[in-house]
Write a protein that binds this ligand. Structure first.
Ligand code: AKG
Ligand code: FE2
Length: 323
């Protein structure tokens, strides 16, 4: 049974609980299942919080301690702790949202910090080792719709990665990492973009956490890969709801290894070259910032990145409005 189906089954049971004891018991089993990676952590956390409020101390629930301080090494980092919002993480993301509003893009270094970053790097690298040749990975494709290519339009429209879509129920830390991108990263961004929004519409620019059905994309560029031609992620407001692109890099590269992502936040006037850097998150307005991946050197290691797209209204950017 998939994690999603199991979470639905728990929801069904919780709705029909006949007594407070029953409610507590189901909640405890659901939390246990989440700790084992069987149901999405965020779903278990939400029901835990709601049930605890309902019971109001009348029955003790399983004791939970999300304290990030207790994670001392990569081994003690669990999927459950990865998907926990901390004030430090939220502060970095709120600052990034303000920066995206100002310039169109933002860079967050040391996103989750050690040892969590190690745990993610190991999990993603193992996943790629085991599954890169399997059916989960396929060749990345350019969108069918016309992309706004910068520079010489006669240059080959290249995209040379292999990709896997992460659903959130993959074993180990991989599924939790997808949930982390989709839910934990969105929570502070959602409020930050809603409060920094000065548009005419009163609707928050990003869709809320529970509206995401799309998945995180894991992409791998092999040594010698030719990169990804400059493009804009959002192919047009009528057909593409993507508002904010986020890319996480689990592994660092040297500049000589190639594979930098180049952002063009001012289109032809500004170029930002970003070498993949461990535990770095790059965020940019999907409809406004063209970007490319440069070719990877033949003697380089493979390049791994994970992308997620938050949907919503096209984000207004102060700097872009001036150009
Ligand atoms: O991997 C990266 O750095 C960016 C990838 C990208 O632009 C995309 O997949 O749309
Ligand atoms: Fe892109």
């Amino acid at each position: 049974m998939s994690a999603g189906a199991l979470a639905t089954a728990f929801g069904y049971e919780l709705e029909r609980a006949r007594s407070a004891e029953h409610l507590a018991a189901i909640t405890n089993v659901k939390v246990r299942a989440a700790e084992k990676g069987l149901v999405p952590y965020h779903s278990a956390r939400e029901s835990y919080a709601r049930v605890r409020e309902l019971l109001d101390g009348s029955i003790e629930l399983r004791h939970l301690d999300f304290s990030a301080n207790r994670i001392e090494d990569a081994k003690s980092a669990t999927p459950w702790t990865l998907t926990h919002n901390t004030p430090a993480l939220d502060a970095k993301l709120v600052a990034a949202a303000i920066e995206v509003r100002r310039t169109g893009y933002a860079i967050v270094d040391g996103l989750v910090g050690e040892p969590m970053a190690s745990a993610i790097r190991h999990a993603l690298a193992n996943f790629v080792d085991e599954d890169e040749d399997a059916r989960t990975f396929s060749k990345g494709e350019l969108d069918q719709s016309e992309r706004r290519i910068l520079g010489d339009a006669t240059v080959d429209k290249i995209r040379d990665d292999t990709i896997a879509w992460l659903k959130g129920d993959e074993r180990d830390m991989v599924g939790a990492f997808a949930q982390f991108l989709r839910v934990t990263v969105l929570r502070p961004l959602f409020s930050a973009f809603a409060t920094t929004s000065h548009g005419l519409s009163s609707a928050p620019p990003l869709a809320p956490v529970d509206s995401y059905v799309s998945n995180a994309m894991l992409s791998v560029y092999a040594p010698g890969a030719r990169g990804f031609v400059s493009h804009v992620d959002n192919c047009g407001p009528d057909i593409d709801p993507r508002a904010l692109s986020v890319v996480y890099y689990p592994i660092s590269s040297t500049p000589e290894e190639g594979g930098a992502m180049v952002l063009f936040p001012g289109h032809e006037t500004k170029e930002v070259r970003l070498t993949p850097t461990r535990d770095r998150l790059v965020l940019f307005a999907s409809a406004r910032v063209p970007h490319a991946v440069e070719p990877r050197a033949r003697d380089a290691s493979r390049r791994i990145a994970a992308s997620f797209w938050f949907v919503g209204q096209p984000l207004a950017v102060m700097a872009a409005a001036e150009t």
